[in-house]
Ligand binder design. Structure first.
Ligand code: PLP
Length: 387
């Protein structure tokens, strides 16, 4: 067959190591998979029923580009209820076909050739790749020893090309949160240099400490320059539904809506209807409490399990559903990728090398406890002890 030349932009990005591990682990008997970041907790019944009702009721056609009024009003109501944060459903909210699309349409709207985007190191591997696809350049923000953003010398990252900063707390892959006072210097940096803040808060309901989630647009001075990126994949265990949203002041959202209209045209209609019915109903909040408690139990088990292995040191994640142990002291360590390969080959445990998430992820491995039972955690730790 004739070999077709693909666009250069694709040669500039590496395939996702998470998806690669997910594909490899599929269909191999006995594999324990801690690769992909999705919760296996059953989708709440009320939400499923709402989707069935929507499909049977005829919500199978295009919706308006920005989403249905019902969906956008429900999102405004939830932001008001949870954070006392005001968004106008008419102008400030855009329904997206997933969190990934929310990030992509935002970057495509704001980032042009050569523009620089500040990204926490390590972070969700889609960010640098999408920045490159938009023609921009990812610039890594060095972490502190506990893998938060080191805010001691932020000015070093700024050039005349710096256009935006991505934030993601609770973080994938580190599980770290940042407090309002820790975030303040970053917001000030954005204000002083006129940066757009893209705040990805998809793990807002997966927090294991007493700290309540910090909505970045609530921090003084942040609202007018922050695009809130969100998704219901994790919050209500519907990653296959591909549904999320963007919220921000109209002036920030309008260009993203224009891009979105040519990428996906609209978010899935029936899903908008179901979530519109569900997210402010009592069952919705009951579910997210149950989700957090279930994940917390797994988190405690996996962290103490990792810390019992010679050469592994694991911090307690404050949120998300990832453990991110440091493995540099392990007898088989040469680099993150090789040790993941070895673990997969010898013990059929699928993990993701920390280096997939940025240069500072080297020396770590990421274990998703979203889709694993307590028994599987015991079994996985047993296997790793036999390496
Ligand atoms: C930090 C972060 N943002 C966004 C997403 C994308 O979520 P989705 O596209 O399923 O809405 C993920 C998925 O793993 C994530 O970890």
């Amino acid at each position: 067959m004739t070999k077709m030349k693909v666009a250069n932009r694709l040669n500039e990005i590496k395939p996702s190591g998470i998806r690669a591990m997910f594909a490899r682990a599929q269909g191999i008997p006995g594999v324990i998979s801690l690769g992909i970041g999705q919760p296996n907790i059953p989708t709440p019944n009320g939400l499923i029923q709402a989707l069935v009702k929507a499909v049977e009721g005829g919500d199978n056609y295009y919706s308006p580009t920005r989403g249905t009024t019902k969906y956008r009003e429900a999102i405004a109501e939830q932001n008001k209820r949870w954070y006392n944060l005001d968004y106008n459903p008419e102008t400030d909210i855009l329904a997206t076909a997933s969190g990934c699309e929310a990030i992509f349409s935002s970057l495509m709207a704001y980032i042009g050739p050569g523009d620089e985007v500040l990204i926490p190191d390590p972070s969700f591997l889609t960010y640098p790749r999408q920045v490159i696809l938009a023609g921009g350049k990812p610039v890594w923000l060095k972490p502190t020893d506990d893998l938060k953003i080191d805010t001691s010398n932020l000015d070093q990252y700024i050039t005349e090309k710096t256009k935006a900063i991505i934030l993601n707390f609770p973080s994938n892959p580190t599980g770290e949160l940042m407090t309002e006072s820790e975030l303040k210097p970053i917001i000030d940096l954005a204000i002083d240099n006129n940066l757009v803040i893209l705040s990805d808060e998809v793990y807002e309901r997966c927090i294991f400490t007493d700290q309540t989630h910090i909505r970045v647009p609530k921090i003084k001075g942040a609202y007018e320059r922050t695009v809130l990126l969100n998704s219901f994949s994790k919050t209500y265990c519907v990653p296959g539904w591909r549904i999320g949203y963007i919220a921000g002041p109209k002036e920030l959202v309008d260009p993203i809506a224009k891009m979105h209209s040519f990428v996906v045209a609209n978010a899935p209609s029936a899903q908008q209807s179901a979530l519109g019915d569900f997210i402010n109903a009592p069952e919705g909040d009951e579910f997210t409490n149950y989700l957090r408690n279930t994940l917390k139990e797994r988190m405690e088990k996996i962290v103490s399990g990792f810390n019992s292995i010679d050469g592994f040191t694991c911090r307690t994640p404050e949120g998300s559903f990832y453990a991110f142990p440091k493995v540099t002291e392990h007898k088989d360590f040469t680099n993150s990728k090789d040790i993941c390969e070895l673990i997969f080959e010898k013990q059929k445990v699928a993990l993701v090398p920390g280096s997939e998430f940025g240069p500072s992820g080297e020396g770590y491995i990421r274990a998703s406890f979203g889709s694993i039972s307590l028994e599987q955690i015991d079994e996985m730790i047993n296997r790793l002890n036999q390496l």
